[in-house]
Design a protein around this ligand. Structure first.
Ligand code: ADQ
Length: 492
């Protein structure tokens, strides 16, 4: 990226949201989550403008103009896009979550859902497309017509923003990154052509399209081939559209390892370690995730139930600590899922527990320091997602673990590509295998546990989030310099 050039980031969720305290003073809350944390690494390196949706009344008051983002890199500014409630609800709660999220995690139970009715069709036009136009207009407003800026658009909320930006600001370089899996063409046939084609063509308005793994990149190319009948070069990972070659690449996201390790040594994290250590039995199983259907919490608990039935010698010697961040409680499927998690944990606790011992310690809470305290002390980490773009917990937790903890990892996570060889791999639907994996992990010789954990740490440290950023910036420079798309090897 040239030094003088402007960088514009666009994502639904931004790095900050504003509220007011009791005295009416403005207070800023830093945004969390993998996407925001990863992009913060980028804005630390160069001045940037970060465009995101207004999330509160105070955000909405600031919408429409840039404001400084204090303490986030050099000359980093934010700009909010105000989206009225009805539009936002249609865009976010009808189309992006659940419709697109479910398609991209193969979550639809097709004999029952979804129904594409007038509600969904209108929500697509008046919600999703409208919100994308508003994001695009904010980018257009920030850029002069002749400016060579780099615009990085993030995630499944914003598939259709780029065509409008390209039409109005053709000199801008448009880069898109998808944080969730990209599914095979038939999964997209749930949507009628009037919806799926604008979504796909929207992504193709970018110059480079990035995914976490080569598999997702390939699925995207298959969609261009099968659903749009466009010329695709699988070996060079390009697709030709409107006279342009769009590069489709894999860039596995990661975490900021040094910062994460620093956090793990902080006083705030230690304050949560005491209670975990006091309550722990001989063995501690941990899971940390959002209460998302894709994370597969229920089958993880079912596997623990089978394990306790089969290996009674572990009774009263083990606790399953689950720290689950409530997620998308505006979507009925998510409210029901959280209820089912609570019911199942309580059923298992009643079945196996006693007045002294509660097998599942279920905590519904958004608390990163507490999560990190648990990461330090697990014997077994369960990451059994049904499908998961990357899954950053799989990188964070082994990095700071102090007990040679073993990770049970779903073969359908993006992290599996990098870390699978050193984990106990499971198929997420195979409850039996997950119960047996718990037993294998808990009975594994200490040296083997340590050796596996060491390898995972090495890989995570070597592939820090900086590498994710650099690989993208490298390809952006190459693409701009007119380099031909090379044959893509193992890296994708
Ligand atoms: P997510 O689905 O949100 O992200 P993930 O990658 O696991 O999933 O990241 C979750 C983050 O939230 C982690 O940093 C974790 O520490 C934190 N977290 C989870 N539970 C928490 C809790 N109870 N309290 C506090 N913090 C908690 C999407 C995709 C992923 C992809 C990322 C980044 O779904 O597949 O890895 O984007 O691209």
């Amino acid at each position: 990226m040239a030094d003088s050039e402007r960088l514009i980031l666009v994502s639904n969720r931004g790095p900050v949201t504003f509220g007011r305290d009791r005295q009416g003073r403005e207070i800023a809350t830093r945004g969390g989550g993998g996407l925001v944390t990863a992009l913060l690494g980028l804005v630390e390196r160069s001045s940037a403008l970060w465009i995101s949706a207004a999330n509160s009344d105070v955000d909405a008051e600031k919408a429409g103009r840039a404001f400084p983002l204090e303490g986030m890199g050099v000359d980093t500014r934010g700009r909010f896009v105000a989206i009225d409630e009805a539009t936002y609800d249609a865009y976010y709660n009808v189309i992006a979550n659940p419709l697109l999220w479910f398609i991209q995690h193969y979550l639809w139970d097709l004999s029952n859902a979804p129904n594409i009715t007038r509600t969904e069709l209108d929500a697509f036009e008046d919600g999703y497309q409208r919100a994308n136009e508003l994001f695009a207009d904010a980018v257009i407003d920030e850029l002069r017509p002749d400016e060579d800026a780099l615009v990085m658009v993030h995630d499944y909320h914003l598939y259709t923003a780029s065509p409008r930006i390209r039409a109005e600001r053709p000199r801008a370089f448009l880069h898109f990154f998808c944080h969730i899996p990209w599914t095979q063409p038939d999964a997209w046939r749930v949507l009628p052509p009037s919806m799926r084609e604008p979504l796909l063509l929207g992504v193709l308005a970018n110059d480079i399209v990035g995914f976490h793994t080569p598999r997702y990149a390939r699925n995207f190319l298959l969609c261009c081939d099968d659903l749009l009948d466009l010329p695709v070069d699988y070996s060079r990972q390009t697709v030709r559209y409107e006279g342009r070659d769009i590069w489709v690449r894999a860039y596995p996201i990661s975490i900021h390892t040094a910062a994460f390790e620093r956090m793990a040594r902080s006083d705030e994290v230690s304050s949560f370690e005491g209670p975990i250590l006091r309550r722990r039995r001989a063995h501690l199983v941990v899971r940390v995730d959002r209460t998302d259907l894709s994370k597969n919490t229920l089958r993880g608990f079912e596997a623990f139930d089978v394990f306790l039935d089969r290996y009674p010698e572990f009774r009263e010697e083990i606790t399953f600590f689950a720290l689950l961040q409530p997620s998308r409680q505006d979507v009925p499927e998510y409210v029901e899922y959280l209820d089912r998690i609570r019911e199942l944990a309580s059923r298992i606790n009643t079945k196996h527990g006693n007045t002294d011992w509660m097998p599942i310690d279920l905590n519904i809470e958004n608390n990163l320091p507490r999560a990190v305290a648990a990461y330090k002390h697990f014997d077994v980490l369960m990451v059994n997602s049904i499908f998961d773009g990357m899954n950053l917990v799989a990188k964070e937790a082994p990095l700071v673990n102090e007990r040679g903890g073993v990770m049970i990892l779903s073969e359908n996570t993006g992290a599996f590509d990098e870390l699978g060889a050193f984990c106990l791999t499971v198929n997420p639907f195979d409850v039996e295998a997950q119960a047996e994996a718990l037993h294998s992990a808990l009975t594994m010789p200490h040296e083997e546990r340590i050796a596996r954990n060491d390898e995972i740490r090495r890989i995570v440290r070597e592939n820090d989030v900086t590498k994710w950023l650099e690989a993208q910036l490298h390809d952006i420079s190459a693409r701009r310099a007119g380099a031909p798309a090379e044959r893509v090897g193992a890296r994708g």
